[in-house]
Design a protein around this ligand. Sequence first.
Ligand code: IPE
Ligand code: IPE
Ligand code: MG
Length: 245
Amino acid sequence: MSNLPEHIAIIMDGNGRWARQSSLPRSSGHQAGVKTIRQVVEHCARLRIGALTVYAFSSENWQRPEKEVSFLMELFVRALRSEVDKLHENNIAVRFIGELDVFPQALRDEIRTATEKTADNTGMRFNIAVNYGGRREMTRALTAVCSDVQKGILDSSEIDEQLITRYTWLADVPEPDLFIRTGGEQRLSNFLLWHLAYTELFFTNTLWPDFSVAELDEAIAHFTQRQRRFGQTGEQVEDKAHEIK
Ligand code: IPE
Ligand code: IPE
Ligand code: MG
């Protein structure tokens, strides 16, 4: 396939409903979802996708029953512990975006270990959004910009879109080209609000534990068929493509 996306962002949704279908507890759905992430990460790395960003826990997910939240925290710790060597072997650089300081110590330790161990890897960047909220990200960016202006590090005349991007958690990664949401909902649920401005969106009813590499390929194939106009006319985009050839 040509014109592959450089950066894919995924909302991994539908674990709870997947479990309910089989009369299992929601936790089994989350557990089953780990296998899907592993396959998706490996497939993206094989395709030499530059970056993959997945939504694992939103700033709103704290509102879930305490039992589910603590299960998820333990699952994250276990999954990181068991997956990090493989990720490292595959030259993948793991990073976490979101407000990490509120997590239990055990999880913060695993996050630090995984990040430090893989920091110098030159392959795919794998960004995991945990306790992430797009509005929170923008609020923090704005606060940091104001603070730097106040300190005289920054002049307010320098504030433009590029500069604001530099204050976000995905400052050094190109914007996602392709966004995928499983589980049938067609909404962003506070994910990457700033970075998805011109991303191509792909929604599927497949529940996350059932999402397959074949369907990922289908999403990528859809992406390669789309004409990205960024506000221009279709003719302008075609002319530019001919010039490049
Ligand atoms: C996504 O699946 C995983 C997390 C939010 C952690 P859900 O748990 O939201 O599954 P549904 O949407 O209830 O089926
Ligand atoms: C979004 O899914 C968050 C993650 C997948 C981590 P939710 O299941 O929390 O989203 P809503 O509540 O249906 O919008
Ligand atoms: Mg959900």
